[in-house]
Design a protein around this ligand. Sequence first.
Ligand code: CA
Ligand code: CA
Ligand code: CA
Ligand code: CA
Length: 466
Amino acid sequence: MQPRKFFPFGSLLTVGLLLFSLAAAPLKTIRALDVDPPYVVAILLGADENPTNKSSVEFWVYFNETVTGVNAADFTLTTSGVIGAAITRVGGSGRSYWVVVNTGSGNGTIRLDLSAAAVIQDLAGNPIVPGGYTGGETYTVDKIPPEVYLDELKGLPEDKHIQDWGFYLAYITAFEIHFSEDMKNPLGNLYLEDVTNPYNYMLIQPGPDGYFDTLSCDGGRKKDDVSLSTGPVVYKRHGGTGPFTAEVTVNNGIPLSRGIYRLFICGTTTLQDRAGNAINGGGDVTVTFTIGDTSLLPATGFAPGKVTAVDSASARTAYASLGDLWLEIPSLGVRASIVGVPGTAQGWDTLWLGNQVGWLEGTAFPSWEGNAVLTAHVYGYDGRPGPFVHLNQLAYGDWVILHVYGQEYVFTVRTSRQVRPEDTAFAFEHLEGGPYLTLITCQGYDAANDTYLYRRVVRLAPAGSR
Ligand SMILES: [Ca+2]
Ligand SMILES: [Ca+2]
Ligand SMILES: [Ca+2]
Ligand SMILES: [Ca+2]
C-alpha cells in the first residue's frame, strides 16, 4: 500500500506566497530596466505545404519578447507573379503572432515582411527596431494544373511516338509519359496522388463487345473491358529541372499483342503537381491506339483474267489521300499514286486499291527514315493486272522513283525475294540510317484453291548508298 501523500493547507499557502513573490520581484525589476526595443526574430511559413495551391496561407511571426499593438497595418507583402494577394487577418499574443494572407490569383511567390512603418512596442513601451524585417520565408504559389505532353508520349523500348488513334507495328512493354512540371512523389508508391503509384495509370482493352465501357480511372474498369497490369513506375525529374517523366511498365513487361488499347493517365484518382493541383484540371488524359497484326503479309491478288465477286455490302475501305505522292518504276512502265492503307488489328484491307499503290500505315512514311512498305495488286478483283503484276521482274540495280510533293527520291533494288505469306520478318524489318522502300505483292496463283501461295518482297535502298 502506498502511503497517502499529505500536505497541510498551511504549507500550500506558504508555497503559493513564495512563488508569487519570486514571480513578482523579477518582473518588477525587468520592467524598470527594459530600455531595449523589441524586434522580429523570424517569419516562418505556417504550413509545410510549399509549394501551395491554397487560396489562403498563414505566416508565423516571432518577436524576441512580448509585444503589443500588432495588426495588419504593420505588415507588407513582397510578391512576384501573383496578383491581388492581401493580408486578411492577424492574431496571436506575447511573442508569437499569425498572419493570414489571401494568395490572390496567378502563380508566383509571396513573402510576409514587417513594414518599416510598423507601430509595435514592448511592454515597457519601447518601439520596435526601425527598418522593418524582410528576412522571412517565402511561399511558392502554383495554381496551374500539370499537363501531359502528348507529343512526347512514347512506347518503349522502340521509342515509338504514340498518338491518339494511331496504329503501330511495334513491341511495346512500357510507356514514357512526359509531364509539364515536377509531380508529387512521396516515398514509396502507396499514396493516391503519387506519380509512382501504378493505380494512376490504366491500360484497357474493349473486351468481347468491342466497346470501351470504362469511362474514367475513378470509375474503374467496367463491364467486359479488360484491364492490363501497370507498374512498376519509375519517375525521373532530372535534378528538378526536368524533363519530368514517368516510365510505366505494362502487361508485366510482355509486349502488347495486336488489338486496340486505351491508356488512361489519371486526373481523377489523381496525379498531382507538388502544390496539389490535379493533372489536366482533374480529368483523365486518354490515348487510344492499335497494335497491328503483322502475322500475315497483305493479300494483293485476285484470280487473273476473271472477275471475282466481292462482298458489295461491305463498305469500301477509305484510303487516306497522301497528297502529291506517287511511285514510278521506269523498267516496268509503272506510274501510280500512293494512298494510305489504314491499319487495323486484323491487318490491312487492300481490297479496293485498284490501280493505286498502298502505303501500309504503321510502317515508316515513304521518304522518311526507316522502312516504308508499299503494296499493290498483282491482279485486281476485275481480273485485270495491277501495278505490281511484273514486280518479280525487278532486278538488282533497277530504279524506282518516289515522287513526294515535287521532290524525287531515287531508289535502287537491293534484293528480291519470294516468301510465304506468314514469313513477315524480312518485309517488316526494322531499318535505320535512311529511307528504305519495301514493295510487296502476291505471287504464285494456285487456281485449284483460288489463292496465292507466295509474296514477292522487293527491298530498295537510296541510290548511291550501299
Ligand atoms: Ca524591450
Ligand atoms: Ca502547377
Ligand atoms: Ca513515390
Ligand atoms: Ca467493353
